[in-house]
Design a protein around this ligand. Structure first.
Ligand SMILES: [Ca+2]
Ligand SMILES: [Ca+2]
Length: 101
C-alpha cells in the first residue's frame, strides 16, 4: 500500500495542469506531459512519446508502455490515455521515492 491520499492529490493536480496546458494550447513548454505533444494536435504520437527524455532512458520499456497505454490501438495517446500515462508516471515517481514499498 502506498500513500494513496497523496498520490491521488498529485494526480488531480497534474490532471488539472494538463487540462490547463491543453486549454491554453500549451503556452509554456518544458513542463508536464503536454510538452510531449510537439505538433500540438492534442495527442501524443508514438514518435512524440519516444522522443521524451524519460522514454529515451529505456526505449524498450517505453515502447511496451506506449502500447499498453494506447488502449484503442490507434498509434497515439489521446487525453484519456494520457491520464493513464500520468498515473503511471506518478506511480513510478512514488516508487522511486519510497523504495521500501
Ligand atoms: Ca501530437
Ligand atoms: Ca489511442
Amino acid at each position: 500500500m502506498k500513500t494513496k491520499i497523496i498520490s491521488t492529490a498529485v494526480i488531480a493536480a497534474f490532471s488539472m495542469a494538463l487540462a490547463v496546458n491543453a486549454a491554453e494550447g500549451e503556452k509554456k513548454k518544458g513542463g508536464g506531459f503536454a510538452s510531449l505533444d510537439k505538433n500540438n494536435d492534442g495527442k501524443i504520437s508514438k514518435e512524440e512519446y519516444m522522443a521524451s527524455p524519460n522514454a529515451q532512458k529505456d526505449t524498450g520499456k517505453a515502447e511496451a508502455r506506449f502500447k499498453s497505454l494506447d488502449k484503442d490501438n490507434n498509434g497515439s495517446l489521446d487525453k484519456n490515455e494520457i491520464k493513464e500515462l500520468l498515473k503511471m508516471h506518478l506511480k513510478e515517481l512514488g516508487e522511486k521515492k519510497q523504495p521500501t514499498q
